[in-house]
Every structure is written in C-alpha cells, then in structure tokens.
Design a binder for this molecule. Structure first.
Ligand code: SAM
Length: 238
C-alpha cells in the first residue's frame, strides 16, 4: 500500500518549516492555487476541476487527458497547447518538478491544465467512471529488481481498475526505455480482453510514430545520452 502524502503545513507547521529548509519547493507548491493542488482531496479537486476545466461540462466536446508522473510538464504542456479544446490533469509526486511545471503553465497562461501531488494509483478517488479519454504514462519508475516490480504503476490490476474510468474509445499511451517493463505491459494488455494494442514499437526513434512524438524531459535527456531504444505503445479500450 502506498503512503498518502502528508500535509505537514496544516497539520504540523514546525515540522513543515524544518522540511522547507531542506527543500524550499515544499513551500513553493502552494504558490499556484489556481492550477496546482499540493494536498488534494476529492472535494478540492472537484472544486478546481469544475471551475477551471470546461471539459467536464456536458456542452464541451473536448477530451480529458490524464498524465501520471508528468515530471516538469514538458509533454503535458505541449499536448495542452496543441489541443486547446481538451483538458489535462497532471499527477506528480516531486515538489520541484510540480513547481517547475506550474511556473511554465502560469507563464505561458495555459488554462486547460491542473496539477495534483498524488499517486496515480489513487486517481479513481477523484474521478467518476466514464471521465477520461486518454491516459499518458511516460518513463514511469521501472522498479527493475524483481522483488520491487509490484510497485510498478502499470500492472494488470491497475489497468483493470482504470478501465471503467475511460470514456468509450479510451486510449492509453505509454513510453519507456526499460524494454523488459515494456514487454511485460505489452503482454498484460494482450491478455486483457477490454484493451487492444493499436500501435506498438520497441524502437520509437526509428519508427513511423516518431513523426507525431512529443518529447518528455527524460526523452530529451536520453537523446543527449546516445539515444537508447524506446518502447512506445498506444492501446484503446474496448
Ligand atoms: C522517470 S520520471 C519521468 C518523468 C516524465 N514522465 C518524463 O518522461 O520526463 C517518473 C516520474 O514519475 C513520478 N512518479 C513516480 N511514481 C509515481 C506515482 N505513483 N504517481 C505519480 N507520479 C509518480 C516521479 O516523481 C517522476 O517524476
């Protein structure tokens, strides 16, 4: 079971001021109340989401995207800019990455993204069924050691749990340089009856998918480190 991020600022201000000395970003996550929720609850998420994101209204035809582990937001921001009619939720755990993402979103006055400091595994507590069109997971922590693989975000259990949260023709987009993880997720999806892989490569750079590829921060880093092969897949929900 994952720990829930603690709200030291409200629950234990003394501990909070000590922690902030080591990591000033722990305080700076509170500087963007209109787009970043450091300690989400279903209530404060719903408030921000419904006031800010047009996609939840019945009249709006845009898609709803969820990115788990959005880092400093490079990929999410580019998607959001290319698809202003859509709405985006970014989940990330690291304070600094959240602050960097929020800063860019604010500076570029992008209005269709909200960020939460939350584990992807708990997103079902925030959204109703039939609410997501596309879930993006890029370079998730691979938990390489066998005994730790149970911590991987992409598992048969997680994908099964998430299925009802997709609208019809939902999409999963996944990229990783960890080819064993990629292979495992491919096999899981092939076995699940309610997902269908519709795009797949173990070498994104040298595939046709590269044309529409949006780079993440980690991918940029790989480019400067000799371009290891990257697995990319797109699956649809049935
Ligand atoms: C390897 S980084 C990749 C970041 C970004 N997707 C990219 O490609 O540049 C993985 C990110 O996922 C975040 N993360 C790890 N476990 C997570 C979880 N359970 N829920 C949400 N984010 C998570 C980490 O904090 C980290 O920023």
């Amino acid at each position: 079971m994952r720990y829930r991020p603690r709200n030291h600022r409200d629950k234990n201000p003394e501990v909070f001021s000590q922690l902030v000395k080591n990591n000033p970003y722990m305080a700076r996550v509170y500087d963007y109340p209109k787009l970043l929720i450091p300690h989400p609850t279903p209530e404060n998420f719903q408030q921000l989401w419904s006031s800010k994101i047009k996609a939840v209204s019945d009249t709006h035809s845009g898609k709803v995207h969820l990115e788990i582990g959005c880092g400093s937001g490079r990929y999410l921001i580019e998607w959001a800019q290319e698809n202003p009619q859509d709405s985006f939720i970014g989940l990330e755990l690291r304070y600094k990455r959240l602050v960097l993402a929020a800063k860019k979103i604010e500076q570029q006055t992008i209005s269709n993204i909200i960020l939460m400091r939350e584990h992807g595994e708990f997103i079902d507590e925030y959204l109703p069924h039939n609410s997501i069109d596309c879930m993006h997971i890029n370079f998730p922590d691979p938990w390489s050691k066998k005994a730790r693989r149970k911590h991987r975000i992409l598992s048969a259990d997680f994908l099964t749990k998430m299925h009802p949260y997709f609208r019809s023709s939902g999409e999963l987009r996944f990229k990783t340089d960890h080819l064993e993880y990629f292979e495992t997720v491919t096999e899981i999806l092939q076995k699940l009856e309610n997902y269908k892989i519709v795009g797949h490569t173990t070498d994104l750079q040298r595939s046709n998918y590269i044309e529409n590829n949006i780079l993440t921060e980690f991918e940029m880093l790989f480019k400067s480190k000799g371009n290891p092969p990257i697995g990319y897949l797109r699956a649809e929900t049935l």
